[in-house]
Every structure is written in structure tokens, then in C-alpha cells.
Ligand binder design. Structure first.
Ligand SMILES: [Cu+2]
Length: 235
């Protein structure tokens, strides 16, 4: 009886050891964001007031308020898991999210970061800038940066979607920072597509945010392995 019980315990222990492999987070959700309707016409940015900016461009630079392909595929949409994740703390990436200033344009135009992750603003330009986020929830700050100056490194302490960041010197400059408490987010590319990987299986509310077209939610069931699909249409 004694021997039988210890065999049973050994068996139980090896089962427990196997559990982490079974619980690996291999789910994913991917999809595409499109816009249906008359395509908005973007105005060219007027940089004439600052020749150091204007001189860096040979062609007109269009506002990035709407970046859309001919078929309506919508870029620069921030897609993230809004609800459904277990209450746990996800590790913050050691690597900073980088926002460069090139030709007096923020690159990229929409950025996702984790709360507490470093956000590094670089200045590639031969002119000064003044980085100035306008959050509703996080702390507002603004900091000037000399031509080709040292990076400005900051964090966003609270979750917040669509934080506009402007430059006090160049009114056309705009980047939107999105801070969330987990790593399950993406920004749509020029083809309107996105992919969020490494999700635990479960039912989630995904949210898609666009600076002009607003917010849309989508309920999705993510399998333990493989990808669920979530497509968004803005009008
Ligand atoms: Cu500037």
C-alpha cells in the first residue's frame, strides 16, 4: 500500500511538471482594417516657416491624419486587447519604443507601448524640436530638444489610448502614443493588416482606435493555438 501510494505521488508530480507546456500562450488574432466611403483628401503640410524642415523634402508631405490605400486599407490604426485578459502583470519590455523626428515628421505616426516602458524620442533633424504630449490621464510635460540632440526618454505611467504628442515649434508635427498594461497590441501597416501573437486562449474584446474615425470594438474567441480573425470596417 505504501509503495503504491508513493508511485501515485510520483505520477502526480510528473503530470504537474507537464502543465506549463500545455499552458503556453500560442493563440493569436489577426485581421485587417478597412474604410468604406469617400476617401478623405489629405492636405499637404506647410513647412515653409522653417526652411530647415522644408529643405529636407523634395515632394509635398501630406498630413498623416488618414493614411489609406486605394482599396480603403487603413494604416495607423492601434488595435489592442481591451478586455478579457486574466488579472496579471505582464513584463515590461527592456527595449524602448522609438519615435524619431525626421524631416520634422514623427516616425512612426502611431506607437503602442506598455505602461512603464521607455519611450525614446530621437531627433535626426538639423533643427530643434519641443516634444509635448497632451494626455488626458497621464502627466503632461514638454521638453525641448536641440538639433540632432540627445534622445528624450520618458515613460507613461497609466493606460491611455490616443495620446497626442505635438511639437511646440512645428504645429504640423503629431504622433499618437498608446499605453496599455499588456503586450497584446499592434498598429496596422500600409495594407491595413495587424497581428497580435502569444495570447492565452480565451474570449476577448479587441478595440481598434483611429485618430479621425474613432473606436470600434470586436469580440473574438482566440483558440489555444492558431489565429482567430478580427476585421474592422470604419465608415
Ligand atoms: Cu518640431
Amino acid at each position: 500500500m505504501q509503495a503504491h501510494l508513493s508511485n501515485l505521488l510520483v505520477g502526480t508530480a510528473s503530470c504537474l511538471l507537464a502543465i506549463p507546456a500545455l499552458a503556453a500562450d500560442n493563440g493569436a488574432v489577426s485581421g485587417k482594417v478597412i474604410f468604406k466611403g469617400a476617401k478623405p483628401v489629405m492636405r499637404p503640410l506647410t513647412m515653409d516657416a522653417t526652411p530647415a524642415c522644408a529643405k529636407q523634402h523634395t515632394k509635398p508631405v501630406l498630413s498623416e491624419e488618414v493614411v489609406m490605400a486605394g482599396d480603403g486599407s487603413l494604416a495607423n490604426v492601434f488595435v489592442y486587447v481591451k478586455a478579457g485578459l486574466a488579472a496579471k502583470t505582464w513584463p515590461v519590455p527592456a527595449k524602448a519604443a522609438t519615435i524619431n523626428q525626421i524631416g520634422c515628421v514623427y516616425q512612426p505616426h502611431v506607437v503602442g507601448v506598455m505602461v512603464g516602458q521607455n519611450v525614446e524620442f530621437l531627433n535626426n533633424d538639423p533643427t530643434g524640436h519641443n516634444v509635448h504630449p497632451l494626455p488626458r490621464v497621464n502627466n503632461e510635460w514638454n521638453q525641448s530638444q536641440s538639433p540632432k540632440g540627445d534622445p528624450i526618454v520618458r515613460t507613461f505611467a497609466k493606460p491611455e489610448i490616443g495620446i497626442p504628442v505635438k511639437c511646440n515649434l512645428h504645429p504640423w508635427m503629431r504622433v499618437y502614443v498608446n499605453a496599455v498594461e499588456h503586450p497584446f497590441f499592434a498598429v496596422t501597416g500600409p495594407d491595413g493588416s495587424f497581428s497580435i501573437k502569444g495570447l492565452p486562449a480565451g474570449e476577448y474584446t479587441l478595440s481598434a482606435w483611429h485618430e479621425r474615425f474613432g473606436t470600434q470594438d470586436f469580440k473574438v474567441k482566440v483558440p489555444a493555438t492558431g489565429a482567430a480573425t478580427a476585421n474592422f470596417t470604419f465608415k
